[in-house]
Write a protein that binds this ligand. Structure first.
Ligand SMILES: *[C@@H]1O[C@H](CO)[C@@H](O)[C@H](O)[C@H]1NC(C)=O
Ligand SMILES: *[C@@H]1O[C@H](CO)[C@@H](O)[C@H](O)[C@H]1NC(C)=O
Length: 403
């Protein structure tokens, strides 16, 4: 087992922590400075980015806010749970310096905000090594959504079903509701799939993707309509944009129960689906269907190399609830992972009318995609007086000069 590390060995990490915090604060400060000018949001974003990067070398000169002073960190560092320090402190490489790592140690990654939530972190990292993990899915997700992403690894066994039932075989699994015994239900209001399927009728509260678990309802019809229905592009019309067979691998961001990936699988295309488990066992359900869930939030850098994916799709999730600077980074990340000629299908992006023209259309247009389809329509489900707009766009990363 690892020998316990002295807390001081954690401090090289903290230097980068300062850097990140202060560069974030700098960006924040700069974008706030422009808040009261007549600039639109997207201009703020650019100003913040261009100014921040030209000031990059000056970052250490920024006055450190009181809560990140050196002495405070040392104290809170001592408070960090021992399993957290055991994982996240530098680890000496057994064979010394490695040219691959350009170092003689490894510092395992955790989201830099993890240490801002010491109480949650302490609860999360309290367990018996080599024992059972607490049944604490809600706690883990809470930490993750606060920015502690990736979560630290743990040395315990996750809560599992008493009597696990193996999945249906393919292709049956794609459209069959799995057994209730394939899920650990502790974290969710519903305790059965039947409850999840019926909640659209029985529950008034808002739940993410409320009718998604009903595989015989709306899920059955999504992306199939072929009659050029405005904002609703069909998968086949999108694929027809490219040479047959050249769209092979991709990603669906915030893909609910992964019906998009299932439909693509039926066309021999491999799609990974990112999803959180917001009051429903989305990741377990996606895996039971036989496609791949990816448990990352919209804040996390996409875990793919540059210029690799043929298609990225996202419906409803990328919208105006995302802070515009974050959205700007996210769109560039999508651009990064798409190969030249790859497609970005932005499906039902929504915002209010004037934001669309002033902020989002220029923001999306600025990334450098070619427009293959661009359909704007009214969003009426919450009433016309809200003046909400939808955008469905099919965008292509240029085949040449994308850099
Ligand atoms: C770790 O846990 C496993 C499974 O419970 C057990 O078989 C093993 O003996 C334990 N190892 C140690 C070192 O405690
Ligand atoms: C998918 O691949 C299988 C095996 O190669 C092939 O038999 C099938 O026709 C393909 N389906 C489609 C829709 O291309």
């Amino acid at each position: 087992m690892d020998s316990p590390h002295k807390p001081r060995s954690f401090s090289p990490n903290l230097f980068f922590f300062f850097l990140l915090v202060s560069s974030n604060l700098l960006t924040f400060f700069i974008s706030n400075t422009f808040k009261h000018s007549s600039c639109y949001l997207y201009q703020q974003t650019y100003n913040a980015i261009s100014t921040a990067s030209s000031l990059n070398t000056d970052i250490p000169l920024v006055v450190e806010p009181a809560e990140t002073r050196d002495d405070d960190i040392q104290e809170s560092d001592l408070d960090l749970p021992s399993e957290f320090r055991a994982f996240a402190s530098p680890h000496k490489l057994p064979f010394g310096f490695s040219t691959n790592f350009d170092s003689d140690n490894i510092i395992p990654p955790v989201g830099h905000p993890c240490t801002r939530f010491p109480d949650l972190l302490r609860r999360y990292m309290s367990y018996r090594v080599n024992g059972s993990c607490p049944d604490d899915e809600i706690l883990g997700q809470k930490l993750l959504l606060k920015g502690c992403e990736p979560l630290p690894r743990r040395r315990c066994r996750p809560a599992a079903q008493q009597e696990y039932v193996e999945p249906y075989p393919l292709p049956e699994s794609l459209w069959t509701t799995p057994s209730d015994s394939s899920v650990v239900w502790t974290a969710y209001t519903c305790k059965t799939y039947e409850c999840l399927i019926n909640r659209v009728k029985s529950q008034k509260s808002f739940d993410d993707c409320k009718d998604c678990f009903d595989l015989n309802g709306r899920e059955k019809r999504r992306w199939l309509s072929t009659k050029g229905a405005g904002l609703d592009f069909s998968i086949d019309e999108v694929l027809a944009v490219k040479k047959p067979g050249t769209i092979r691998i991709g990603l669906d961001i915030g893909g609910g129960v992964a019906t998009f990936a299932v439909r693509m699988r039926e066309r021999n295309i491999t799609i990974l689906t990112t999803s959180m488990n917001l009051n429903g066992p989305f990741n377990t359900f996606i895996a039971s269907r036989g496609v791949i869930p990816l448990y990352i939030s919209i804040s996390q850098r996409l875990p793919f190399f540059d210029n690799t994916l043929d298609i990225v799709h996202s419906m409803h999730v990328l919208s105006n609830w995302i802070p515009s600077t974050l959205l700007h980074f996210l769109l560039f990340d999508i651009y990064r992972v798409l190969r030249p000629g790859g497609l970005f299908w932005l499906d039902h992006f929504f915002c209010v009318g004037e934001q669309f023209e002033q902020v989002y259309a220029p923001l999306i247009e600025s990334i450098g995609f070619n427009k293959v389809k661009w359909v704007v329509g009214r969003k009426l489900d919450r009433g016309p007086e809200l003046n909400e707009m939808y955008l469905s766009a099919l965008l292509e990363k240029p085949l040449k000069n994308s850099w």
